[in-house]
Ligand binder design. Structure first.
Ligand code: HEC
Length: 99
């Protein structure tokens, strides 16, 4: 009986964790998405700035970056849906930009 309760509790924690945790990003994958999604066309090679603000090494947060990508509220910066850029890929890009 106690065991069942404990595994129920553990399951809840795991679920909560996977919903709120930032996915682990991979910096070299992020570099690839950055080029494949043409971020570099505006933000410059490696995000060092071009026609758009510098995004490399400016300490972006996962939440902030995701919000900007999903709902940029901008005439220039395109929006990226989950089909185009998954949450994992956003985390990859973040790892690349902050790495
Ligand atoms: C067509 C040009 C264009 C493309 C492509 C583009 N951006 Fe942007 N982005 C902009 C412009 C212009 C701004 C600044 C104006 C604004 O905030 O909307 C911006 C703003 C941002 C910001 C906020 C920067 C800040 O300091 O507030 C982030 C983060 C960002 N872009 C990331 C990305 C990523 C990651 C990609 C690729 C998935 C991307 N952008 C693709 C033009 C672009």
């Amino acid at each position: 009986m106690g065991n069942i309760f404990l595994s129920f509790l553990a399951g809840c924690c795991l679920m909560l964790f996977s919903c709120t945790a930032t996915p682990e990003g991979n910096s070299s994958d992020g570099k690839r998405w950055f080029v494949m999604q043409h971020c570099d066309g505006c933000h410059g090679k490696s995000g060092a700035g071009g026609r758009a603000p510098v995004v490399k090494g400016v300490g972006l947060s996962y939440r902030g970056l995701k919000k900007k990508l999903r709902n940029p509220k901008s005439a220039i910066m395109p929006s990226y849906s989950t089909e185009r850029l998954s949450d994992k890929e956003v985390a990859d890009i973040l790892a690349f930009l902050n790495g």
